[in-house]
Design a protein around this ligand. Sequence first.
Ligand SMILES: [Zn+2]
Length: 285
Amino acid sequence: MKKGVDIGGSFIKVYWEDGRTEKHYIRHIVEHKELFLNKVREIVLDGDPSQVGVAVAGFTSLDGVVYKSPNIRALDSVNLSELLTDVRAKIVNDVSAGAYGEWFYSHRESRVLLFIAVGTGLGAGLVIGGKPFLGACGSSLEAGHHTIVKGGELCSCGRCGCWEAYCSSYGLERLYHRLSEQRLSDFEIVKRAYEGDGVALRSVEEFKSYLLLGLMNMVHLFNPDRVVLGGGLIDALKGMLGDIEARLKAVCEKLPAECLGVHLSDCAEYCMARGALAMVLEDDI
Ligand SMILES: [Zn+2]
């Protein structure tokens, strides 16, 4: 049986072909390279899968080398294909896998699907004509690091003014801090916004304005018929994103706006593992 594995900074998640899921806590070993890589191998091989799709948060080449993983330093420069030689494994960037999973399970009629995941960081993936678009060497759609403010806020990548610097957990926390001089976690800010707290609501509105700005750029670049929003922070904000499609269409050119639909992902925390599985269910991907 085939399975998908999503290697994150806190958990490794597994999604089996029969719908079973597993969640392994690994945060405590993520700084210990050898221990961590042994654990990855053990989880990938567990249950003797016939084939495994592996989704990795980070810059991952088409032949399975993780060039840089901002949240999982133990993976930097690791050749995952070499680590996993005793199983047929396909290794891809996590959000590219997530995008393919959205198309495969929920949006087969889409011709150009753009998936944006907002959580710890901001990632994107694109599926064109039912095929994931991975770029020439596996690094396409690093949308979180396209600049939306020249000389703007510092991003996790070291550059300034990236989309992620505003639209991510730490981006929202910083927006809140700028308005209140108070440091709160993203989920506390969201909770307060639902309770009607004025500063929290203004922070969320600021976050949404940057979200819309980046999405407008993406729509003008790729002309998608589906934009699917997912990730932990989007899930948490679901109740406050009901206006996002209308607002996005209003700021985009008429032609790309006409064929555009915005959807909120419903696959929650197993999106990337499910997408990684989908990538090995289709042989010609
Ligand atoms: Zn960046």
